[in-house]
Design a protein around this ligand. Structure first.
Ligand code: ADP
Ligand code: MG
Length: 140
């Protein structure tokens, strides 16, 4: 297995509840290393650019309102098979379907306010990391 990087976002429902440290503890316990991290408040426009792939979905407007409603923590996670590993650690999109012990089962509130984002492929990880970080921001 190769060492990979993936883009993670701790979402507004989690920053609002002051549980970013609890979520980071799950990443670190799972073997993922936080090699870049920044707390920012997305504009609705920037949230729309980030989630452009979902522009035609019925929930797009509500999703970009939510993602710009409070700060987020954008981060790069590094580790063996990091993209897939992070998706496992996150759990299913809908917290009601997420396996016990996953971040979304532990902390997610509903299908929208599900506490974390994670890239879904190595190709998208590279695009999403470059959306938020310069190479010099990432220190392994
Ligand atoms: P994931 O984040 O698991 O990759 P998607 O890429 O399908 O899931 O969706 C992106 C985000 O859009 C989800 O994490 C969630 O915040 C929101 N979302 C997905 N499906 C719905 C839905 N049916 N209703 C409202 N929001 C949704
Ligand atoms: Mg997705």
């Amino acid at each position: 297995m190769a060492v990979e990087r993936t883009l993670s976002i701790i979402k507004p429902d989690a920053t609002a509840r002051n549980i970013t440290g609890k979520i980071n503890a799950v990443f670190e316990a799972s073997g993922l290393r936080i090699v870049a991290q920044r707390r920012i408040h997305l504009s609705k426009r920037m949230a729309g650019q980030f989630y452009a792939v979902h522009a035609e979905r019925s929930f797009f407007d509500e999703l970009t309102d939510y993602m710009s409603s409070a700060p987020v923590v954008v981060q790069v996670l590094e580790g063996e098979n990091a993209v897939t590993r992070n998706r496992e650690v996150m759990g299913a999109t809908n917290p009601a379907n997420a396996e016990a012990g996953t971040i979304r089962a532990l902390y997610g509130q509903n299908v929208q306010e599900n506490s974390v984002h994670g890239s879904d492929s190595p190709e998208n990880a590279a695009i999403e990391i470059a959306f938020f970080f310069a190479q010099t921001d990432i220190v392994g």
